[in-house]
Design a protein around this ligand. Structure first.
Ligand SMILES: Nc1ncnc2c1ncn2[C@@H]1O[C@H](COP(=O)(O)OP(=O)(O)O)[C@@H](O)[C@H]1O
Ligand SMILES: [Mg+2]
Length: 249
């Protein structure tokens, strides 16, 4: 369970201030895939980084399985797996080395790591390259290795920023199947995407984020009923027009 309450974040650089998030609230529940849908620059990555303790909010509160990201960040990190499609593993170490390295950091016993690594490698079809140095892997292989590394502590909550970005069609299918599998196992899954079809196919509940504000948030099927449609594109453009964000696009 993840609850985000009234989270705001402003980035200040020498030149200007960017209000990346303004009073953002949402909840993601176990056994559900929750999606943050919005165009580039809407604030999705910022929101997910705050949920994962990588960034602190200016205001508001985030709780992950009851733990506060500000007061109990260590507990939150044990509970969460944060993945992004532009994770770039590099260097001479192999996926296996990296998996054991990160599992040790999370104090996962070695025999448990071994067992989980086998499950992940079977599931993600990684057995052929588990011991090859990550520098020599293809993009898709690197992505799979990064997923295995991020999930070796068997988190209850999976946060995946733009899950299928830049992936070939087969790896992309593996990743979406994988996320559905997590849902079946009662885990809480949060994704962000700017691709309507990804949100449509994968999510039980979708929040639309525009210019740092959540402007719609509902179960997909209830959203379709309210907008008398059968697709997210209609919902998105109706909302975007109402919010007046299409003119400056
Ligand atoms: N570290 C940062 N420093 C300054 N501005 C940032 C930083 N990270 C994000 N931003 C700005 O915040 C806004 C939201 O960015 P982001 O959360 O990455 O959006 P999204 O993931 O939806 O594309 C953008 O205007 C972006 O330029
Ligand atoms: Mg982003």
């Amino acid at each position: 369970m993840v609850s985000v309450r009234d989270v705001s974040k402003t980035f200040t650089s020498r030149k200007k201030k960017v209000k990346a998030l303004e009073k953002v609230s949402f909840e993601a529940k176990p056994g559900e895939i929750f999606g943050l849908l919005g165009p580039n620059g809407a604030g999705k990555t910022t929101a997910l980084r705050i949920v994962s303790t990588l960034l602190k909010p200016d205001e508001g509160e985030v709780k992950v399985n009851g733990f506060s990201t500000l007061k109990q960040p260590q507990e939150v990190r044990k509970t969460i797996g944060f993945l992004t499609s532009d994770m770039r593993l590099s260097g001479n170490l192999s996926a296996k080395d990296l998996i054991f390295f990160f599992a040790d950091l999370s104090r996962v016993p070695r025999d448990v790591t071994q067992k989980r690594m086998k499950e992940l490698a079977d599931y993600l079809d990684m057995n052929d390259f588990l011991e090859r140095s990550v520098d020599k892997l293809s993009t898709g292989m690197k992505q799979k290795a990064a997923i295995a590394v991020s999930l070796i502590h068997d988190p209850d909550v999976i946060v995946f920023d733009e899950p299928t970005n830049g992936l070939d069609i087969i790896t992309s299918k593996t990743v979406t199947d994988f996320l559905r599998d997590f849902r079946e196992r009662g885990k809480t899954v949060i994704i962000s995407t700017h691709v309507m079809s990804v949100a449509e196919k994968l999510c039980d509940r979708v929040a639309i984020i525009l210019e740092g504000r959540i402007v719609e948030n509902d179960k997909l099927k209830d959203m379709y009923a309210r907008y008398s449609t059968d697709n997210l594109e209609d919902v998105f453009f109706t909302v975007a027009e109402k919010e007046g964000v299409l003119e400056d696009a």
